[in-house]
Design a protein around this ligand. Structure first.
Ligand code: SF4
Ligand code: MG
Length: 316
């Protein structure tokens, strides 16, 4: 069957005043099946948020294609584009900055309903109540303002807003990174519950592999604007192939102190290079413990090295 979303050689380059080009997203290829959660992971500055924003067309792509239900959405204009936007919504990282402080929660949630002219009056009110309940809040909250809520509650409001026009696909850009550790699991569980109830498909962006472990069916790892590995969550945690993925996984603490004491940590040398001046050949080579001479000369191709397991590394 056709995947819900297909990203082909997606690029987003920013041309800076200095004549330099920032290749924030530089040739991504992946697909997301209906009802699936695809976790997109990488350190800050790797291009994962830019990728999300380019897919939903908050940014125009520099190159490549985004197919939604088989249709290239980056070619859509006018009414067809508006129609597409109904099916794809975004939940943002910062639950403080992303809600207008002067609007009531009810009006924030109903924004999409109003833009698309879906419901008015009693029906609109009933829809807002239903959404508040679906995210674990209640209908009295509709008349309050964002500042009256905690970070976790505000993120629930952001989720209700994204759900209001019944999208099929949600891009969640680090939706739990700004929250207290104590509420992160609750918000992840809310995403899972809503997925089950509404048949949603997610692109779930995060900066470490611990955060996406319990929600992702498949995971993509990004480094300097490129995907370095994509496979199922199970396979990635059990059998990571790319040295960068291996180092990210070795940084996650293991609860069992016995295991924790005896295992080896892979400590990466140096900082992420500037995306304005990426290394020749493999972008990871300046920090890779396995780097070989050919890694500086030739960019490794992103390819399927085992069924359903893709990586970009000369070791395979
Ligand atoms: Fe390391 Fe070379 Fe593989 Fe890049 S291609 S990840 S430098 S071994
Ligand atoms: Mg970001």
């Amino acid at each position: 069957p056709q995947p819900l979303l297909e990203v082909r050689d997606l690029k987003k380059h920013f041309h800076l005043g200095s004549g330099k080009t920032l290749k924030a997203v530089d040739g991504l290829n992946f697909a997301i099946e209906r009802g699936e959660t695809f976790g997109l992971v990488g350190e800050s500055g790797c291009g994962k948020s830019t990728a999300g924003r380019t897919i939903i067309r908050l940014y125009e792509a520099t190159g490549g294609e985004v197919l939604f239900n088989g249709e290239n959405v980056h070619g859509l204009r006018g009414r067809k584009q508006q129609e597409f936007r109904r099916h794809m919504q975004m939940v943002f990282q910062d639950p403080y900055a992303s809600l207008n402080p002067r609007m009531t929660v009810g009006n924030i949630i109903a924004e999409g309903i109003d833009i698309h002219g879906l419901y008015t009056g009693k029906q609109r009110k009933a829809r807002v109540s239903e959404l508040l309940q679906a995210v674990g809040l209640n209908e009295e909250h509709a008349n309050r303002f964002p500042h009256e809520f905690s970070g976790g509650q505000r993120q629930r409001i952001g989720i209700a807003r994204a759900l209001a026009i019944e999208p099929q696909f949600i891009i969640a850009d680090e939706p739990i990174s700004a929250l207290d550790v104590s509420v992160q699991a609750q918000v992840v569980n809310l995403f899972k519950k809503l997925q089950k109830e509404r048949g949603l498909t997610y692109l779930f962006i995060a900066h470490d592999l611990a955060m996406v472990k319990h929600i992702s069916d498949r995971i993509g790892v990004m480094y300097l604007g490129k995907l370095v590995e994509v496979t199922t969550a199970e396979e990635l945690y059990a059998n990571p192939l790319h040295p960068y993925t291996q180092s990210l996984l070795s940084a996650i603490p293991i609860p069992d102190p016995e295991v924790e004491r005896t295992r080896e940590r892979i400590i990466l040398q140096g900082e992420i290079p500037s995306p304005l001046n990426p290394p020749s050949g493999c972008p990871f080579r300046t920090r890779c413990p396995m780097a070989m001479p050919e890694c500086a000369a030739v960019m490794p191709e992103f390819k399927e090295v085992k069924p359903g397991h893709f990586t970009a590394c000369h070791l395979y």
